[in-house]
Design a protein around this ligand. Structure first.
Ligand code: ADP
Ligand code: MG
Length: 728
């Protein structure tokens, strides 16, 4: 009788924190398990080091000879640290990371063996690609794909395995992973941004995209989580009545961190530090048992790898501390969900943050150029950006009154809005010397001062400027950042490329000076940007109406949102920027659509199972207890019994009604699923799951949650919200 639940509660309550000491000097352990520049200096010849560094900095190819030197140095380093295996570590389109460990160990005949790891093994591997999603690029008969070393992300040791970050591509050349298009997008934005930078500083040779993610998550005791089939199988609760106390007191946010959680965090941070993930911030989040971790920002590709790696390590460390980590965007109804803010910026090899206001009018004009072009890029491709964060789990969050809405808009704050207004008034064409002085001194020149006190933050905005970077807040907590970062960097690259063409045309054809031309183009942009800029409450109904008038998309569900991924505009963009081919784009779309269907299908099955096999039988059992009680009362009080049994009788009736409703809704849901499963077309099938199957979730849940409130707590089988959320 509800035994698993009570055993789990007992176990969870009896847990003591696994004491983890604070490592007092993080800097000493930082990157200890990474084959980084400092390790390479120790282990590599000058020639090999130069080869790797120029591959990292300029994308130069590494030749066979150098690869052999690097692999042998890596092996030596790894063996010195007790490593026995190596793996190519990559990010297939499942969104997770993949690895297949091979031992260094090899026999050489005559009963002898050696540890071998040569340049070929470092540079390329052929994992059996047939079990990874490929969206039909590669059918299983020619299950050939290969992984290739990405020297821009350093190799690292995890446990006793040397992990080599790689890309994963089909033999026909198409990307089968998240990293390949990201690297291409980063290359595209580097190229386009460097060209634009040259208007301001001829010495700029490279522009790097930076990413600082903030990872939100829930920690739930392992035994409690394990007692819930829905958490175990779907990562979220599919039912459960809200506890009497939720997050209304706001007493968790930034509160003192519970000691079990703190010990987990210390352990996690030590592991992260060893792997070179520069974790810096930890705090409680808004919901009970919800937390956040954020590192110092890094080069985008490395930051993406580090986030994927971290999500993997989190699960392992959590398990050591008897926790289950929930990265799902909405594990619990009624309390906040989790996101992953992506702080993004561009910086030059001359050390300038292009989204940070500068000290001189010229550097501020550069800032405004990148600032306005980014907003323009977001405006032009808002629907594609929305698609980049679409998933079954993020659908719960976007537009759910707590997270950014499904409408993409940009928040820049009052001060910068004023600057844009002033720039909009700039005369068309050539500027008089007075106008130039006025502009430089009073508009562009004022920016550093105004930003200092521009501290207001609009938490409801999906894409906000926060002083020296943009913060893309709508990314889901369980997402791989590669996809949103690929889109963001690609659209900014495209926009900067177009900007350069427009400015050059004004210089060459209209004889304008460089800064006049820049002002002119920016002014025209500002006029068009009114539609995407929004400073108000993104959760409000008025905004939905207003956004519609402005022509902004509001795609609330994944099947709708994903369509933008294969629009003509998107395909042209990615092809022009050399990020993805049509085949790759369509394959990805297919994979994402199918993944959506599978997620909803699994949830639907699990919900049917829990409602039908856990909730209903428990309700029946309780109802029988009531019936027994009523017959007992009848025996004692005879005709007068109704005076004493009326409440029970009412309850018996209500329970029957809920049971009936659950049964019929489950039947209808199963019928809807059967219909959906008959559909051949993947998109139509996903839509059927979204619009025909999923709506039953809330209905079934409603009745189950009502029963939870009626049935004797002693026999309720499912661990309740208050137990999941408040056991620490
Ligand atoms: P918050 O947004 O929580 O107030 P911060 O503004 O300090 O906190 O920064 C949040 C995140 O933004 C951190 O992870 C930080 O590393 C990152 N960040 C700061 N500057 C940049 C940048 N130039 N590029 C990318 N990320 C950045
Ligand atoms: Mg933030």
């Amino acid at each position: 009788m509800g035994q698993l639940r009570f055993k789990a509660i007992e176990l969870a309550q009896s847990r003591n924190p696994i004491d983890v000491k604070e490592t007092n000097k993080r800097s000493e352990i930082f990157g200890k398990n990474v084959f980084n520049e400092s390790t390479m200096r120790q282990y590599l010849t000058k020639e090999a080091l130069k080869g790797v560094m120029s591959a990292i900095e300029h994308g130069k190819k590494i030749d066979r000879k150098i690869a052999n030197q690097v692999s042998s140095a890596m092996k030596e380093w790894a063996l010195s640290k007790g490593v026995t295996h190596y793996t190519h570590w990559f990010q297939p389109l499942t969104g997770a990371t993949a690895e297949k460990h091979d031992a260094f160990f090899e026999t050489i005949g005559g009963g002898l063996a050696i540890e071998r790891f040569d340049g070929d093994q470092l540079a390329q591997q052929e994992p059996d690609a047939s079990s990874f999603p490929s969206g039909g690029i590669r059918n299983t008969f020619e299950a050939r794909g290969y992984t290739a070393w990405d020297p821009t992300s350093p190799a690292f040791i995890y446990g006793t395995t040397l992990c080599i970050p790689t890309i994963f591509v089909a033999y026909t050349g198409e990307a089968l992973d998240n990293k390949t298009p990201l690297l291409k997008a980063l290359h595209a934005v580097d190229k386009a941004a460097t060209e634009v930078c040259k208007y301001f500083d001829k010495n700029v040779k490279k522009v790097t995209s930076s990413l600082g993610w903030e990872q939100e998550y829930f920690l739930v005791d392992k035994a409690l989580a394990g007692s819930r089939p829905d958490i175990t199988l779907t990562g979220r609760t599919l039912l459960g009545h809200s506890p009497a106390k939720g997050q209304q007191l706001d007493d968790h946010y930034f509160g003192s961190i519970p000691s079990r959680a703190l010990n987990f965090m210390r352990d996690l941070e030590t592991e992260s530090m060893l792997l070179g993930i520069p974790v810096k911030t930890r705090h409680n989040e808004v919901a009970p048992n919800q937390f956040e971790l954020a590192p110092i920002f890094e080069e985008c590709n490395l930051a993406v790898d580090h986030n994927s790696l971290l999500m993997d390590i989190m699960g392992k460390v959590a398990s050591r501390h008897n926790f289950k980590i929930l990265l799902h965007e909405k594990p619990f109804a009624g309390v906040n969900g989790s996101g992953k803010h992506n702080n993004w910026s561009l910086s030059t090899d001359t050390g300038i943050n292009l989204l940070g206001p500068g000290k001189t009018p010229m550097s501020n004009l550069q800032f405004l150029t990148f600032f306005i072009n980014t907003i323009k890029a977001v405006y032009n491709y808002e629907e594609l950006l929305r698609a980049a964060i679409a998933s079954a789990s993020n659908d719960h969050r976007l537009g759910a009154n707590e997270a950014p809405p499904a409408i993409i808009s940009v928040f820049i704050g009052e001060q910068l809005s004023k600057v844009l207004d002033e720039l909009e008034g700039v005369t068309k064409g050539k500027l008089s010397p007075e106008e130039k002085t006025e502009l430089k001194l009073n508009v562009v020149g004022k920016i550093p001062d105004v930003l200092l006190d521009n501290t207001d933050r609009n938490r409801t905005s999906p894409f906000a400027f926060t002083g020296n970077k943009f913060e893309f807040r709508a990314v889901g907590s369980s997402a791989n950042c590669a996809n949103p970062m690929t889109v963001l960097n690609s659209i900014v690259a495209k926009q900067l490329k177009d900007f350069k063409l427009e400015v050059d045309a004004l210089i060459d054809e209209k004889g304008l000076k460089k800064d006049e031309a820049i002002f002119n183009v920016l002014r025209e942009y500002i006029k068009s940007l009114k539609n995407i800029l929004f400073e108000g409450n993104g959760y409000s109904e008025e905004w939905e109406k207003e956004a519609k008038k402005r022509g902004l998309s509001n795609n609330k569900t994944t099947p709708k949102a994903l369509k933008a991924r294969i629009s003509k505009k998107a395909i042209e963009l990615f092809e022009e920027m050399d990020v993805m081919s049509r085949v790759e784009i369509e394959a990805r779309y297919e994979i994402e659509i199918e993944e959506y269907t599978m997620r909803i299908q699994i949830e639907s099955r699990v919900l049917g199972d829990i409602a039908g096999n856990h909730v209903v039988p428990t309700a029946v059992r309780y109802q029988n207890m009531l019936i027994e009680n009523v017959s007992g009362l009848k025996e004692i009080f005879d005709n007068n019994f109704e005076k004493y049994a009326s409440e029970q009788i009412l309850l018996i009736e209500k329970i029957s009604e809920h049971i009936e409703a659950i049964h019929s809704k489950i039947d209808e849901m199963i019928a809807a699923r059967k219909e959906a499963n008959k559909i051949e077309n993947a998109v139509a099938k996903a839509e059927a799951y979204c619009f025909k199957v999923k709506p039953f979730f809330d209905e079934i849940r409603y009745h189950c949650d009502k029963l939870e409130l009626m049935v004797d707590d002693e026999i309720w089988p499912l661990t309740k919200y208050r137990e999941l959320l408040f056991t620490r």
